[in-house]
Every structure is written in structure tokens, then in C-alpha cells.
Ligand binder design. Structure first.
Ligand SMILES: *[C@@H]1O[C@H](CO)[C@@H](O)[C@H](O)[C@H]1NC(C)=O
Ligand SMILES: *[C@@H]1O[C@H](CO)[C@@H](O)[C@H](O)[C@H]1NC(C)=O
Length: 386
């Protein structure tokens, strides 16, 4: 077992992003020339979750990670929510504590689509799907593909074990994941995770569910908060959209077969511009595993129905699930979204502006761009549609 970990580690280390800096730099330059504009800096700062029980979701982070409670609410929907909670996940560095990711948990009026479905129903589907994995009725479920990824330093594995909390650790003891209670998301940690008791090792040990994955070229991330993963229906469309709008860069090689093969998971990965090797968006097409109650196609259809209403005055509860990226100006993004006829929402929050939109056809990818600058459109006060 130790030997396998050592081999895996050496593979991870010797193919770290540094080895490809020259090559990647060239392709980044080519993209900028092609588009004739300078790629914007997009800094991942946090995530917003729709939660059926914000205090409880936050408590999960406070107990099992290095998170501490914070009072601020620099996110869309904070003041409009009936219940809310926020935490800041930290890491310890030589010079003290450093913030890794701010997390917001919001409960708001729940918009319903024509089938009378709301976020409440999708939370229940994610909850029951996760439970069926923990009970080993399923090896995996596509709901799990909605997650952020941290290096293991933000996890309190000792407390998971003390509470005998259901958790999923892959065979090499290097990938672990847990369900964020009362939300539609899970969280993934990368790095060594070692149960002390045989009982917990048995409880959290699962087969490798990544059907058809080649792990030989996996890399050790260079930063603690290194990725956001999204379940999508068309990974190439999601990638194309990220390359166009965000000027993201495709990450190669692809660890799964592409185009998608029968019984295989398929993915497209991109890195945010000017951050190569430091932050990635992963788009996952999983038609291998199934779900309990409601699945990803229904979830995305729900949001498509909302966007078809054509409203730009209010977002719905679905959009409270978003990844928050900070940038210098929202104008270029608003302009490009208009050119692409993609609906977006521009709001004023505290002393800054926020632009929200969902990827067309892959609506589970919802981003909240925040900036101190917006002049292209007049922002509205935040409203949540019911
Ligand atoms: C899952 O849903 C059940 C029923 O609504 C609830 O009692 C339980 O707390 C939920 N579990 C988690 C981990 O969110
Ligand atoms: C995915 O989207 C691309 C456009 O980016 C399109 O060419 C392709 O046909 C789509 N694939 C499926 C299976 O719909």
C-alpha cells in the first residue's frame, strides 16, 4: 500500500505544472492573439450554496474543516434570504492564517418550475443519492460531481473519524469526499487521508468510481483551493463557453477518453486565464451512474425553464448555487454575454457589483463575478423571484 502511494506521488510530482510552463505559456499567448484582447484575471474567492438549513450546513464546515464563522455577507442574496450563515476556510502558513475560500449558505423563497419542482426537491435528491452511495446501493451518483476541491490541509479528518461520519475515500487514500448537508453539493479533498481504526477504514473505504480514468498524469495542485467541478450535459459546449467568455485555457492531457465512450465518464477541464495550474473548472458528463428521485437533466431543465421567462430583475433560488470569482471590471463579460445572447443579472451588493449567469445548455455552471467596476449596464437591487 505504502509503495503504491509512493509511486502515485512520484508520478504526481514529476508531472507538476512547472514542467509544462513553457508550453502552456505559448498556448496562452496564442489565445490572446487570436481573441485580440487581454485575458482578465479571475480570482476564485468563494462559493454560495442554496441550503435548506444554513446554520447546519455551516456547522458541518466548522466541525470538519479549518473554517471559522464570519458575519459578513458579500454575496448576492445575503440580505434577501430568510436564513443565512457564512464561514471562511483557512489554512496555516508560516506567517499565520490565510483565507482559502469564503462559503455562504442561503435559504430563500424557492422558485418552482412547471413540475412544481424547487431547490428543496433537488436537495432531497442529492441527499438521498449520497445516502445510497454511503449504503453501497450505488458506487457513485452524478450529484457528487458538483463540488469544489481543496488540498487536504483544510480537512479535519480526525473529527470525521471521531464522529464516524459517512465519507468516501478512494482506494489509494488520496481522494476523499463528503456531502455538505442540506445542499446539492459535496466537497472533495486531495492528499493523504488515513483512518486510525480498522472500523472507520472499512466504513469510508470505497472502490474507485472514476470509470475509465487514467490517473498516471494527475498532478499535485499548486494552491489549496484548486478547482470547481460541475455536472454538465455537454462538456465540450461548457469548455467552449469558458474559453470564449472567460478566456480559459483547455487543460491537457484529458484523463478520460474523449469523445465519450460507452460506459465511461467524459470530462473537459479548463484553467482560468493568467492562473495556469492554479485554478481549474472541471466539466463532467456522467451518464454511467444514476440518481435517486431527480437527476442532472431535470435539474438543468428546471433552470432552463426559469431563464426562458426572460426576467432580468430577479434570480431564482437555483442561482444561489454559484462560484464566486473576483475581477477588475464586469463590463467585458456583460458585453460578451449580450453578443452571445446569454441572459445575465447585474446587481449592486454592498460596495461592489455582481454579475450572475448560467452556462447555456449546462445551467448547473452558474458563476457570480464580483467587481468594484461596472459601467456597461445599470445594476439593480438584488431580488429573488418566487
Ligand atoms: C437528508 O434528509 C433527511 C430528510 O429530510 C434529513 O433528516 C437529513 O438531515 C438530511 N441529511 C443531510 C446530511 O443533509
Ligand atoms: C455538444 O455541444 C457541441 C457544441 O459545442 C455540439 O457540436 C455537439 O453536438 C453537442 N453534443 C451533444 C451530444 O449534444
Amino acid at each position: 500500500m505504502k509503495r503504491i502511494v509512493a509511486i502515485l506521488l512520484s508520478n504526481l510530482l514529476c508531472t507538476s505544472a512547472k514542467d509544462c510552463e513553457a508550453g502552456c505559456g505559448i498556448s496562452l499567448l496564442q489565445t490572446q492573439l487570436r481573441l485580440g484582447r487581454t485575458a482578465p484575471v479571475l480570482k476564485p474567492v468563494g462559493r454560495s450554496f442554496f441550503s435548506e438549513n444554513p446554520a447546519n450546513s455551516a456547522n458541518w464546515w466548522l466541525r470538519y474543516t479549518t473554517a471559522k464563522p464570519i458575519s459578513g455577507g458579500e454575496t448576492v442574496g445575503w440580505s434577501q434570504s430568510s436564513e443565512s450563515a457564512a464561514v471562511l476556510v483557512d489554512r496555516t502558513t508560516q506567517s499565520g492564517l490565510e483565507g482559502v475560500e469564503t462559503l455562504y449558505f442561503l435559504k430563500s423563497a424557492d422558485w418552482q418550475s412547471s413540475g412544481k419542482l424547487g431547490m428543496k426537491d433537488f436537495v432531497q435528491a442529492a441527499n438521498l443519492s449520497w445516502r445510497s452511495v454511503m449504503e453501497r446501493d450505488r458506487a457513485y451518483t452524478p450529484w457528487v460531481d458538483f463540488h469544489d476541491g481543496h488540498w487536504v490541509e483544510t480537512l479535519r479528518f480526525d473529527r470525521l473519524e471521531a464522529d464516524m461520519l459517512p465519507f468516501q475515500v478512494y482506494p489509494l487514500g488520496f481522494v476523499g469526499r463528503g456531502y455538505v448537508p442540506h445542499t446539492t453539493l459535496t466537497m472533495e479533498w486531495l492528499g493523504p487521508m488515513r483512518p486510525h481504526s480498522e472500523q472507520y477504514a472499512k466504513m469510508v473505504g470505497f472502490e474507485q468510481p472514476d470509470k475509465c480514468r487514467d490517473i498516471s498524469k494527475d498532478r499535485i495542485p499548486e494552491v489549496t483551493f484548486w478547482k470547481s467541478t460541475f455536472a454538465v450535459l455537454n462538456a465540450s459546449a461548457a469548455k467552449d463557453f469558458a474559453v470564449d467568455l472567460l478566456q480559459a485555457e483547455e487543460v491537457a492531457p484529458n484523463p478520460f477518453p474523449w469523445p465519450r465512450q460507452p460506459d465511461c465518464i467524459a470530462v473537459q477541464w479548463v484553467a482560468l486565464p493568467q492562473a495556469f495550474g492554479t485554478f481549474q473548472l472541471h466539466f463532467v458528463e456522467d451518464f454511467v451512474y444514476d440518481t435517486v428521485l431527480h437527476g442532472i437533466p431535470e435539474y438543468l431543465q428546471h433552470q432552463r425553464e426559469f431563464l426562458k421567462t426572460g426576467t432580468t430583475e430577479c434570480i431564482n433560488s437555483f442561482m444561489l448555487n454559484n462560484l464566486i470569482l473576483e475581477t477588475s471590471s464586469l463590463d467585458p463579460f456583460a458585453r460578451r454575454l449580450e453578443e452571445l445572447s446569454v441572459p445575465y443579472f447585474a446587481f449592486e451588493i454592498k460596495e461592489r457589483y455582481a454579475l450572475l449567469f448560467s452556462f447555456p445548455g449546462n445551467e448547473g455552471v452558474t458563476l457570480q463575478l464580483q467587481s468594484a467596476h461596472l459601467s456597461h449596464v445599470v445594476p439593480r437591487p438584488v431580488q429573488i423571484c418566487t
